[in-house]
Design a protein around this ligand. Structure first.
Ligand SMILES: [Zn+2]
Length: 386
């Protein structure tokens, strides 16, 4: 099967647009050269005042409409494989079949300002034109519709925003011969050929998961300096702060962490010592959280998912503490027992107490019975906040 990426304006596509109101089918476009609804296509379902309107609104905002696929038939005719709904919406709007709401008013195409009409007509549609045996095409069409699109998000965006910027960016970030690749993939997860390293680089520099805005803005740039510099800066920062290389580092949100922490000063030797200690700590269940935990000054323990005391340990410590407290006539919370108020002799229920590390976990205290005490919830919380 041969595929070729082409561009058409909405105006070209809508030339000679024919819509069959009765059957709900967009029939022809491109001056009759394009069959919009081949037999195996489902009927037009966008005529609900929402999805059809959304297509037009996207065009007015210059949002990408996504890839469209045409099939080239033997006679040189084209038929829509994927994109029928979008094309039919555009054709119906341009030929006055429905209105959109603008500033609370219904607006048909003919009522729009000239510049808005032009925005719609000049919208570029990116089309993959495919040529192959009918069976092959149908099989492939099934794949993109049912099994999933063979192109991933970044691959689609690369096609939509094709131009000098994408070409340069791919040379750098999608090149399996790039000498920096092994260093990059220490920290960045993904398949270089499926554009996943590039995707991450774009996410970092744009500080967003949706990179389409950035790509659209830089589409015609003839250099990728900002993208390259930012990516390299993040990688260099990580590798200078963390001198050790751990498999758990791969795929972390380094771009976000760079933004949060790069202004802090770190002593790499000290950082390494802490990382190694935490890596070896059996109580740290989430090893991937160690790096941000250290960057943040070892405050947010929730990043580490610390192993808790076993319920059997809690029960047995509670029983022992309560028995001794009752015998002594004091509270079973040792801190309450030392207070000078009504709680001094209060015996708390198990559910009113929490297990506490006598020597804090962060100071090397173990999570076992020898280092477990029960505190009333108030005192446990107070201690945790210190
Ligand atoms: Zn207490």
């Amino acid at each position: 099967m041969i595929t070729e990426l082409k561009q058409y304006t909405a105006k070209e596509i809508c030339e000679g647009f024919v819509y069959n109101e009765l059957e709900g089918k967009g029939l022809f476009g491109l001056n009759g050269k394009l069959t919009i609804q081949p037999e195996y296509q489902r009927n037009y379902i966008y005529a609900d005042g929402k999805r059809d309107v959304a297509v037009i609104e996207s065009m007015l905002k210059n949002y990408p409409l996504g890839l469209i696929y045409f099939n080239k038939t033997d006679g040189g005719q084209l038929e829509v494989l994927d994109g029928q709904q979008r094309i039919t919406s555009i054709g119906r709007f341009v030929t006055g079949k429905f209105a959109i709401k603008m500033n609370g008013m219904e607006q048909y195409f003919s009522g729009l300002a000239k510049n808005q009409q032009d925005t719609i007509l000049n919208t570029t549609l990116f089309v993959y034109e495919c040529e192959g045996e009918e069976e092959e095409i149908k099989e492939w069409f099934k794949t993109i519709n049912i099994v999933g699109v063979p192109l991933n998000e970044q691959e689609k965006l690369n096609a939509i925003f094709s131009g000098p910027f994408v070409t340069l960016a791919k040379e750098k970030f999608s090149n399996s011969l790039n000498a920096n690749l092994s260093k990059w993939t220490t920290y960045v997860k993904g398949n270089v050929k499926r554009q996943e390293i590039l995707e991450r680089a774009l996410q970092w520099v744009s500080q967003s998961d949706d990179v389409s805005g950035y790509m659209s803005q830089h589409r015609y740039d003839t250099n990728i300096k900002e993208l390259e510099t930012y990516f390299t800066t993040v990688i260099d920062w990580v590798s200078s702060v963390f001198s050790d290389v751990e498999p758990e580092m791969c795929g972390l949100e380094w771009g976000r962490m760079y933004e949060l922490y790069h202004k802090n000063a770190y002593n790499p030797a000290k950082v390494s010592e802490r990382v190694q200690a935490l890596m070896a700590d059996d109580f740290v269940k989430d090893k991937r959280g160690i790096f941000e935990y250290v960057l943040g000054g070892e405050v947010d323990k929730s990043l580490l998912n610390i192993r808790l005391f076993e319920p059997s340990v809690i029960k047995s410590v509670y029983a022992k503490q309560t028995q001794e407290a009752k015998a002594a006539g004091t509270s079973n919370c040792p801190i309450c027992a030392a207070c000078d108020n009504n709680n001094r002799t209060k015996i708390w229920d198990l559910k009113e107490m929490d297990a506490d590390h006598v020597t804090a976990w962060s100071r090397g205290g173990a999570t076992d019975i020898s280092n477990c005490q029960m505190l009333c919830k108030t005192h446990n919380r107070a201690k945790g906040n210190r």
